[in-house]
Design a protein around this ligand. Structure first.
Ligand code: ALA
Length: 585
């Protein structure tokens, strides 16, 4: 039985039992709903009940008390599980609702009938079903009634388990209640009766998968605590199409079902491992649905999630090279595949293609270089700002390699960076690095130490006249009336290397230009500066500045990160202007 037939059968089954069909809402939650609930929960609709919340709370629904639909859902909290047999970030949730009408008896009877009936339902093997019910806690009693109803329907007692986790709520606030969950045994030989412990293990190993959840919503939560009963007893059910298709089609993973199979075939000859293929398929399908619902890739909220999904997919296809358009191709494929069921995919076909192509091309250009930098151990902040690597991507790469990423440090640097780029884009700072990666940032800090060393060793009046930094070396032009002697060069190198081994902090401060001049911060000779300037201090252990320079950054946070400084060359560039090229080893 293909997924189209599963959808049709589900709707027809409940329509026949007095349910009115309602359409899926957009994945982007309705504004009214958005305002009335916890904001952070609601980037995307992630269950069939969310758009129905007001009606579960007692408001009359225009279509009556019995509803059925198939709701598009996005759940990104499980993103790390994607690639296993059963998790996806987008799914279609089939659901039936009673808004203060029927309750446990009919809900359970109909769930059982739909799952097992050959004529009206899916014809699944009843001997492969396992059921869990709510075990009870301080908020609500053990749900013995549901267990008895399952027995009455035909499930032996040995396959019904009580768990405290059988409780469902959309977030900290709103309607909620105990649930009863249906699991299907997808092993080839069948597991038979299982003790609670064996059942839990089978669940863990994905030998049994949850295919439906009936929630008996009669309670209300506020700030995570049950505060009492609702005006009415509701039923909210949710059955994931992908997993049902897997059970019905006798597959052990969702990617083998007809929902993914043809798309999977498109990747079959590419040099990608199984997990990568699954992640790419999942993320591109989700991206297609998000774009069709009006989400555009960006750096915040919904747009950020979309961008992250696309970039994660791109990174798994990085070995296909800069010019690959596999993601764009897949996006078009999914739009085509689902257009008869979700007509907005048809109308936004062109936008989907354009958005994916734009993002794919943009990211691929920097991806290869970024991955190389990552291999070399480059700071996550540099990866984000120079290579457009979302921090989650870096964290994921790091996890694979067992490297620890300091997220707090990253967030702090990012915050400062954003503040700085706002001001520097307003033309406020001179100096600083145009192109920064880890190597240039280190050389930049060494450049500041070098100027201080020249003043310390050669002449306190030495002024910088120009600078240039590449990944390989720094170059500084400075006003000086003589060629440096070997002794001076040695002393300069020693001075810089001593400051490096002392491990001095590098600190950035913003201050009025007049104050910066007063404290004698170094400025480039002949440059013009704004009223408010950024000054970098390198401070010794007593808090005295060994270097203070007008500068837009960025810099390392401590000189110990620099390594060993060496002067490669010292030469004249013009009358009274000398040039030093230096490296870090
Ligand atoms: N709202 C319930 C769920 O999403 C049915 O599992």
């Amino acid at each position: 039985m293909l997924s189209n037939e599963i959808r049709d059968k589900f709707i027809a089954f409940f329509e026949k039992r007095g349910h009115k069909i309602i359409p899926s809402t957009s994945l982007v939650p309705d504004k009214d709903f958005f305002e009335s609930s916890d904001k952070h929960e609601l980037l995307f609709v992630n269950s069939g009940m969310q758009p129905l919340s007001p009606y579960l709370m007692g408001k009359a629904h225009p279509e009556g008390k019995r509803l059925v639909n198939i709701q598009k859902c996005v759940r990104t909290q499980d993103i790390d599980e994607v690639g296993d047999n059963t998790h996806d970030t987008f799914f279609e949730m089939m659901g039936n609702w009673s808004l203060g009408d029927y309750f446990k008896e009919d809900a359970i009877k109909w769930s059982y009938e739909f799952l097992t009936s050959k004529e009206e339902g899916l014809g699944l093997d009843k001997d492969r079903l396992y059921i869990t019910c709510f075990a009870g806690n301080e908020s609500a009693p053990k749900d013995i009634e549901s267990a008895e109803l399952w027995e009455k329907a035909g499930i032996p007692k040995e396959r019904i388990y009580f768990l405290e986790s059988n409780w469902w709520s959309p977030g900290e606030n709103g309607p909620c209640g105990p649930d009863t969950e249906m699991f299907y045994d997808i092993t080839s030989d069948g597991l038979g009766n299982l003790t609670l412990e064996e059942y839990l293990q089978a669940d863990q190993k994905q030998q049994v998968v949850e295919i439906w959840n009936d929630v008996f919503m009669e309670y209300e939560r506020k700030d995570g605590k049950v505060i009492g009963k609702l005006k009415q007893k509701n039923v909210d059910t949710g059955s994931g199409l992908e997993r049902v298709a897997m059970a019905v089609q006798g597959k052990d993973n969702i990617f083998d079902t007809d929902l993914f199979k043809e798309a999977y075939q498109l990747l079959i000859n590419l040099p990608l491992d199984e997990k990568a293929k699954r992640i790419i398929l999942d993320h591109m399908r989700t991206s297609v649905f998000l774009i069709a619902d009006g989400v555009k890739p960006s750096n915040k909220d919904r747009g950020y999630i979309l961008r992250r999904l696309m970039r994660r997919a791109a990174r798994y296809t990085s070995q296909l090279g800069e010019t690959s358009q596999v993601l764009t191709f897949l996006a078009s494929f999914f739009a085509e595949k689902y257009k008869n069921i979700y007509s907005n995919l048809l109308t936004s076909d062109q936008i989907i293609k354009e958005e994916v192509l734009k993002e794919e091309q943009k990211f691929r250009k920097t991806l290869e270089r970024g991955l190389k930098e990552f291999e070399k151990g480059v700071d996550p902040f540099i990866l984000a700002t120079t290579y457009g690597f979302p921090i989650e991507l870096t964290e994921e790469l790091a996890k694979e390699k067992g490297i620890h990423i300091d997220r707090e440090e990253f967030d702090r640097k990012m915050y400062e960076h954003q503040k700085l780029s706002q001001t520097s884009s307003a033309g406020m700072f001179k100096g600083g690095l145009a192109n920064h990666n880890e190597k240039t940032v280190k050389l930049h800090t060494a450049h500041h130490l070098l100027l201080a060393a020249l003043q310390e060793v050669v002449n306190p009046d030495i002024k910088q006249k120009g600078s240039n930094i590449t990944e390989e070396r720094l170059r500084m032009d400075f006003l000086c009336d003589h060629k440096l002697t070997d002794e001076e060069k040695n002393k300069i190198e020693d001075w810089v290397n001593d400051r490096i081994s002392e491990g001095l902090n590098v600190i950035r401060k913003e201050m009025p230009l007049t104050e910066a001049e007063k404290i004698g911060a170094q400025m480039e000779f002949g440059a013009k500066y704004p009223d408010i300037v950024s000054v970098y201090f390198i401070e010794d252990k007593n808090g005295n500045a060994v270097s203070k320079e007008f500068c837009g950054g960025p810099h390392v946070s401590n000189t110990k990160e620099l390594g060993h400084f060496k002067i490669q060359k010292e030469e004249a560039v013009a009358q009274g202007v000398r040039r030093i090229k230096g490296i870090l080893e």
